[in-house]
Ligand binder design. Structure first.
Ligand code: HEM
Length: 450
């Protein structure tokens, strides 16, 4: 409490902006863990030009992401002026009314019948991924999974194949731009830098938008839905023009391939270190699928594979720390003063591994997700597990992400075993949520008894 009785700033290192910036850039996860260990559940610190507040407590995460969500907007460095790649912005950067409309429309794209059609497409790509993994070889799994994720998402979103190199390159530029935002001259570098090369993707996206207007087109792809939903009475809002829709789609395709890729790579690593869990996956898949390919209807029949997904996301959430939310005015969080302009950071990885929230927190134990039949999940406080975020900005693609994971792992485990060549976990790329590599030997699985 201040002398005048008002709330004070949360504890944290005072000053040391450049040192904090160095620690943030050289190891985000370690930096957050150290802040939590030294200062507790809510920590105020500064970077050059930026005030930040990290929270590591389930109740505080709920306060920032849900209860006080209208006062914390996605951080838009350099202001909300149009940027070179996305003039009209995209779902993750909008706030308030504009965000709500976009979000409502996007949610209609994930109705049950549509999800089923997406699952069929994803299942086909899971078979293609398995066909590329040749028994007897040692491979780097990461590029194979990345290709699978991109190809499946491109088909779901655009209804056609697009060479992944272009989109993955733009994805890397987006991540590099996020890092530049933290550097003193980052905005200037971004302004002076070249326009990202989007010609190939633009052609594919505008082609999909044109095709969506053709009544003869089946309309199973996501772009067709976004174009047609208002006319079909499914949404009260539609994009102002093709460019605005193109901006949404480019973000949807390019910004979200890393997370599913990293999750599958980490799962293969953890299953390699836990042979009993891997056996259980293989047995469940043999029992449910036998020799036939996985179909959309199987998604609900593979509880252990789902549990592996959840447990991997607990130990290795692709976003260590949730995308920064900026306080639009002075606020009070957890009894502390948060000055307007402060960037709120929810330390997801710390939350997911707190020993007071989780039994045997550091262990990979998919079983924990099958133990609490009341909640259909592990016993942990509300908001202690938020791999897909929470509140108005929670992940729009969580169903897609789940299908990408479950169908790929089940399809692989039906015929193959991936044996990592080292017990060292995949390393995170320093510019984002991606992982660098995962070397694994591909082995044929003997036929199992059903
Ligand atoms: C394992 C995979 C994934 C994880 C763990 C994940 C996680 C997240 C998280 C934590 C957020 C919220 C960030 C915040 O509060 O600002 C988010 C937002 C979002 N995600 Fe995902 N995501 C995954 C895959 C995907 C996929 C495959 C797509 C779509 C292709 C997608 C689309 C989105 C979108 C559009 C948002 C922004 C929603 C909004 O602001 O309203 N995500 N994701």
């Amino acid at each position: 409490m201040r002398a005048d009785g008002g709330p004070v700033l949360p504890p944290g290192p005072r000053g040391g902006r450049l040192r904090n910036c160095y620690r943030r850039l050289s190891g985000y996860a370690e930096f957050m863990e150290q802040l939590h260990a030294e200062y507790g559940d809510i920590v105020f610190f500064e970077l050059p030009r930026l005030k930040c507040c990290a929270v590591f407590d389930a109740g505080l995460a709920q306060e920032v992401l849900v209860a006080q969500a209208p006062f914390f907007a996605p951080w838009a460095p350099g202001g909300r002026e149009p940027n070179k790649l996305m003039e009209h912005g995209c779902l993750p950067v909008h706030h308030g009314e504009e965000h709500r409309w976009r979000r409502e429309l996007m949610e209609t794209a994930f109705a049950e019948d549509r999800l089923r059609a997406y699952a069929e497409v994803i299942g086909e790509h899971a078979l293609k991924l398995r066909a590329r993994l040749q028994p007897g070889r040692v491979i780097d799994l990461r590029p194979e999974v990345e290709r699978y994720t991109w190809d499946a998402l491109a088909r779901v979103v655009l209804g056609r194949d697009v060479d992944g190199r272009h989109g993955l390159h733009i994805g890397r530029l987006l991540k590099a731009a996020d890092l530049l935002d933290l550097l003193p001259f980052g905005q200037l570098i971004k302004k002076l830098g070249p326009r990202p090369p989007t010609a190939v993707l633009d052609e594919a996206i505008y082609g999909a938008i044109r095709r969506a207007a053709d009544p003869a087109h089946d309309g199973r792809d996501l772009v067709s839905h976004l174009v047609r939903a208002a006319d079909e009475g499914l949404s009260r809002w539609s994009y102002a023009n093709d460019r605005a829709l193109r901006d949404e789609v480019i973000a949807f395709l390019c910004a979200f391939t890393d997370a599913p890729t990293a999750t599958l790579c980490f799962a293969v690593h953890h299953l390699g270190c836990n042979p009993a869990a891997r056996e259980r996956v293989e047995q469940e898949v043999a029992d449910v699928l036998g020799g036939r390919p996985a179909a959309p209807g199987d998604l609900d029949r593979l509880p252990y594979v789902h549990a592996v997904f959840k447990e991997t996301l607990r130990l290795e959430p692709p976003a260590y720390v949730m995308r920064a939310k900026e306080a639009l005015e002075d606020r009070v969080v957890g009894g502390y003063r948060i000055p307007g302009g402060t960037l709120m950071l929810v330390g997801m990885r710390v939350l997911h591994q707190r020993s007071d929230y989780w039994e045997r927190a550091g262990e990979f134990r998919p079983e924990r997700w099958l133990e609490d039949s009341r909640s259909g999940g592990a016993a942990c406080p509300e908001h202690a597990y938020i791999p897909f975020g929470s509140g108005p900005h929670s992940c729009s693609g969580s169903d897609l992400a789940t299908m990408l994971f479950v169908l790929a792992l089940a399809t692989i485990a039906q015929r193959l075993r991936l044996e990592p060549t080292s017990s060292r976990p995949p390393q995170r790329e320093n510019i984002g949520v991606g992982v660098d590599r995962l070397r694994a030997a591909v082995q044929s699985l003997p036929c199992r008894e059903r």
